[in-house]
Ligand binder design. Structure first.
Ligand code: HSE
Length: 402
């Protein structure tokens, strides 16, 4: 019997315990032995809870118990989660986590410590909730040269964008509704400003490169500037608007970005709606594959944590390689990256826009928007586009096209 401790009895932590209870036979079959949750660390007491007796308030109880084989950290945040994980790994106790913030900042260091102490550090649930994409990258796709990863990595923003599009309501109204229903946080910045997607992109980019991509180095833009007018034009173009995390390998390193993109309707990412996430991985031999599922939520995220827990039990006493080192990855200059851009300007700026962007532009019309001139540019680099856009007298916004 393997003994586990769960750090944090919140949404994900209680979900982990629930998965282990509900699927105990399947978990035992998969791990080759029973997994018992010996301790649950939380500041709170849970009187009347089925697992009340396992609750402890002191991490030392867990770290000093030689019976503990594995720890699931589902507390979130940097501290004290980092210190707890580090101390566990230094004692040779394997750790799995759903904590994307911590993995994005300290992942390489924690993997190194795990390797030095003959144990493992896994973090499947940190990207894409329940979607088994990290494991797939590290197993089924390990022999591929991965040249791009593009994903809808944040459920909250995908829910907001889907609702704005379907119900034709503005960003602020949808956000408020989402908050009232508990889908969006009261402090929504991490989601709507793209910070959450940025951390997940950094983790994917690190695994893709086998090196360390700092989230601070990823150009990140959220969805707060997206308007009903943008959706009206997108409908005219037969496109969707989605917040994407993007990593592309090129000759000078890796291009990384988090930004809203216009997505043509024939692209499968255009059909990923509500809180769902999807990640498209392109390998040199394989071509494109897409991984789709619930990117957030108690049971889905907990299921991914339990998958790691099982792997850790199977590989007790050895180190599982996750293709993540602390060598800094080489990121390329985003300025040279080429897209088509959708641009909106005041109708009085049409002439200037035509002069700046040339005759190659494709004019976009919408019966729902007035007083504007909108167009899609020819392929143009980020650097050249921004130089031209900054000269526009009355710009109203732009979006990149996938
Ligand atoms: N806030 C995140 C999301 C939760 O909306 O996707 C899952 O990481």
């Amino acid at each position: 019997m393997a003994k586990a401790a769960v750090l944090g009895y919140g949404t994900v932590g209680s979900g982990v315990v629930e998965v282990l209870d509900t699927n105990s036979a399947e978990v035992e079959k998969s791990a080759g032995e029973k997994i018992e949750v010996k301790y649950i660390l939380d500041l709170r007491d849970f009187p009347g809870d089925k697992h009340e007796k396992q609750i402890v308030h002191d991490i030392e109880v867990i770290l000093n118990d030689p019976e503990i084989d594995v720890i699931c950290e589902t507390m979130g945040g940097l501290e004290p989660a980092f210190t707890f994980e580090k101390r566990a790994l230094e004692k040779g106790i394997s750790v799995c986590t759903s904590n994307k913030e911590l993995v994005a900042v300290h992942g390489p260091e924690l993997v190194k410590i795990a390797k030095e102490h003959n144990c493992s550090y896994l973090f499947e649930a940190s990207v894409g909730g329940g979607i088994p994409v990290l494991r797939t990258l590290n197993t089924s796709l390990k022999h591929e040269k991965i040249d791009s990863i593009t994903g809808i990595l944040n459920g909250t923003t995908n829910y907001i964008l889907t609702k704005m599009d379907r119900e034709k309501i503005g960003f602020a109204t949808v956000l408020k509704e989402a908050q009232d229903k508990g889908y969006a946080e009261r402090k929504p910045e991490a989601d709507i400003e793209g910070y959450d997607a940025c951390r997940k992109t950094a983790i994917l980019a690190s695994l893709m490169s086998g090196q360390y991509v700092k989230y601070e180095d990823i150009e990140t833009e959220g969805i707060t500037k997206i308007t009903q007018e943008d959706f009206a034009y997108a409908r005219s173009l037969g496109m969707s608007i989605k917040l994407l995390g993007m990593i592309k390998k090129n000759n000078s390193g890796f291009f990384t970005m988090v930004s809203p993109f216009l997505i043509p309707s024939e692209n499968p990412l255009a059909f990923v709606n509500d809180v769902f996430n999807a990640i498209v991985v392109h390998g040199n031999m394989l071509g494109s594959t897409m991984y789709y599922g619930k990117g957030a939520g108690k049971e889905a995220t907990a299921s991914a944590v339990v998958a790691d827990l099982i792997d850790l039990v199977i590989h007790k006493g050895s180190h599982m390689d996750v293709n993540l080192t602390d060598a800094p990855a080489q990121l390329s200059d985003n300025g040279s990256y080429v897209h088509r851009f959708f641009v909106r300007v005041d109708e009085n700026s049409e002439e200037q826009a035509r002069e700046l962007f040339g005759s190659e532009i494709e004019v976009v019309e919408s019966k729902e928007v007035f007083g504007e001139f909108a167009f899609v540019t020819d392929l143009i680099s980020e650097k050249d586009f921004k130089a031209k856009y900054s000269q526009l007298e009355k710009p109203k916004g732009f979006l990149r096209e996938l």
